[in-house]
Design a protein around this ligand. Structure first.
Ligand SMILES: Nc1ncnc2c1ncn2[C@@H]1O[C@H](COP(=O)(O)OP(=O)(O)OP(=O)(O)O)[C@@H](O)[C@H]1O
Ligand SMILES: [Mg+2]
Length: 246
């Protein structure tokens, strides 16, 4: 059994058939590049996996458990994390707070029935998460809005890791980054794979996909038009699939 199994997934928005019978499977620790032109259905597909959109038909399973009809919170608890392009970080707060945003560990104050946010623990655990990921960040009390794009991406990945995911989906994580920062994000993706976490990388940058992915899946008009190991294809072939010239 694969970690993630999609079978004949369909989704329409009014007259637009955004997903037209999508099927594929992802194994644990596999890095998948999900590519396709603007409007091909990549983001919609991943939002059906995370429970943001309910599919009209087909099935989505994680380790055999049906995800259709479950709430996003439930799907996250089962081990699926998605990092959106806008990252959804609190720019005015520091690195440690962002990593635990909304789930801060608390402790009792002097044995009283009052719970305080356990800041030392947050800093300790945030620092450990950053080390584990190999992220290059100045310090855990640095304000996120002052970090570079790549560093903010590391904070979002570290945050995702605190949920102990089995699958991390990233929507265009390298789109706005400088070359050296791209390398760093790709290294973090390799680190996730080393930890046995599956990654689905949505990207328009085929160089990045070819540098880090094991397999590439191309969507065109809501259908899978290619699903191949990276080693058995080429950028030219992938581009031909994306534009429909294959
Ligand atoms: N919430 C929505 N309401 C109506 N139509 C939508 C919605 N989300 C997506 N669509 C439509 O579904 C199709 C697929 O869109 P989607 O965002 O999944 O494409 P994409 O492959 O992620 O494109 P891009 O590379 O530009 O991000 C498009 O025709 C889009 O206009
Ligand atoms: Mg998209």
């Amino acid at each position: 059994m694969s970690l993630l199994e999609l079978a004949d997934v369909r989704k329409h928005f009014g007259p637009v058939q955004a997903l037209d019978g999508v099927s594929f499977a992802v194994d644990g620790g596999e890095v998948i590049g999900l590519v396709g032109d603007n409007g091909a259905g990549k983001s919609t597909l991943m939002k059906t996996v995370t429970g943001v959109h309910a599919p009209d038909g087909g099935s989505i399973r994680l380790d055999g458990t049906l995800l259709n009809g479950r709430e996003p919170g439930e799907i996250r608890a089962l081990g699926v994390e998605m990092i959106y392009q806008d990252l959804a970080l609190a720019r005015m707060q520091d690195v440690a707070s962002n990593i635990f945003l909304g789930r801060e560990p608390t402790r009792r104050l002097f044995g009283l029935p009052i719970r305080m946010i356990d800041r030392p623990r947050i800093e300790r655990e945030a620092a450990a998460m950053i080390r584990k990921l190999g992220a290059r960040l100045p310090s855990v009390d640095y304000v996120v809005g002052h970090l570079s794009g790549g560093q903010q991406q590391s904070v979002a990945i570290a945050r995702a890791l605190t949920f102990n995911p089995r699958l991390v989906i990233m929507d265009e994580p390298t789109a706005a980054l400088a070359v050296r920062e791209v390398e760093h994000v790709l290294d973090m993706i390799r680190e996730l794979r080393r930890q046995g976490i599956a990654v689905i990388l949505i990207s328009h940058r085929l160089n990045d996909v070819f540098a880090v992915c094991d397999r590439i899946i191309a969507l065109r008009q809501g259908q899978v038009v290619a699903d191949q190991p990276i080693a058995q294809t080429s950028m030219n072939e992938v581009v031909a699939h994306i534009v429909g010239a294959a």
